[in-house]
Design a protein around this ligand. Structure first.
Ligand code: GDP
Length: 298
């Protein structure tokens, strides 16, 4: 996903190699290259500005230490700042002290929510949890069936409205799903919600109503890393309309620039918890800012 960004950053930093001493002009020139690399990768402008300002300030003020030559020192600073915009420490899933933990998924249609619900359920199951999937996307035809299918593949139960039993209200389904989890000893509930092709008020209201009904311990904003700058505007809309406690980046296996998704943490202030990188249920992992930074820096 970040191959181009990675190549550009590596070549921007390459020019510093072999220099015994860095002048301010060297640092400015490198910072310019890094800026172009980030903008080309679709990283949001305010994030780029802050990043570059930090790099310049830290690189110019850096003491030349014994172990690292000046170029290595700049690489170290860029790495640390990259980890910083990606969220610093890995943030673990927040599990409720009194189960069930309720995790609500929100995001645009096609972001990968339903797939993620299965991935997360499988991942939790492997850790000894007993998750329950709850199908609250009653908007998209087949969304309920799709969730049941991923649930079966993950080997977990799906709670869905029975056809014809009068439950057509996603808020009611969410509420009953959490009740069902209590009865059937599921310690984690994953609530899949409806997405729309674009942000709209009804979608936001429905998601906010579900949130109010089930009081999630985590609301995860699921975002397709390939959608470019829309990732940032959509994140802002969901932050304001529903609020979320964490981000999941999907489709990191795609060959797009991806920088916009990397800006979501900085723009919304919420951490990236998981990364999804394929269509198979185990193409999924905890998001580690430090590992991602190393991958980007090559
Ligand atoms: P939803 O509308 O948000 O529930 O999205 P879906 O879970 O239905 O996913 C939309 C499409 O993206 C499906 O074709 C998925 O197979 C695909 N998809 C989901 N996650 C990933 C991923 O990490 N990588 C790739 N390549 N495809 C994915």
């Amino acid at each position: 996903m970040f191959d181009t960004l990675s190549d550009r950053l590596t070549s921007a930093l390459q020019t510093l190699r072999g220099k015994g001493k860095l002048t301010d002009a060297d640092i400015d020139a490198t910072a310019r290259e890094i800026r172009i690399a980030l903008l080309e990768a679709d990283v949001a402008l305010p994030v780029v500005r802050e990043f570059i300002a930090q790099i310049k300030q830290r690189a110019k003020g850096a003491e030349v230490s014994g172990a690292l030559n000046p170029a290595q020192q700049v690489v170290k600073i860029v790495n640390e700042e990259l980890i910083g915009i990606l969220g610093g420490e890995t943030r673990r899933l927040n599990l409720a002290k009194n189960p069930p933990t309720v995790i609500m998924l929100a995001g645009l249609q096609g972001a990968g929510k339903t797939t993620l619900a299965g991935k997360l359920a499988l991942w939790l199951k492997k850790q000894g949890h007993a998750p329950l999937l709850v199908a609250c996307d009653l908007q998209r035809p087949n969304a309920v069936t799709q969730l049941q299918v991923v649930g079966e593949r993950a080997g977990v139960t799906t709670f869905a409205p029975e056809p014809g039993n009068g439950v057509g209200d996603p808020v009611e389904v969410a509420r009953r799903g959490v009740e069902e989890a209590r009865h059937a000893q599921h310690d984690v509930v994953i609530v899949d919600t409806a997405g729309r092709l674009g942000v709209d008020e009804e979608l936001m209201r429905q998601a906010a109503d579900i949130r109010d009904a089930v009081k999630p311990d985590e609301t995860l904003f699921v975002v397709d890393a390939m959608i470019g700058q829309d990732a940032v505007t959509t994140a802002e809309a969901f932050r304001d309309g529903v609020g979320f406690t964490g981000v999941v980046l999907t489709k990191l296996d795609g060959d797009a620039r991806g920088g916009a998704a990397l800006s979501v943490r900085q723009v919304t202030g919420q951490p990236i918890l998981f990364a999804s990188n394929g269509e198979k249920l185990d193409d999924f992992d905890i998001f580690h800012p430090d590992r991602m930074a190393s991958r980007i820096l090559g």
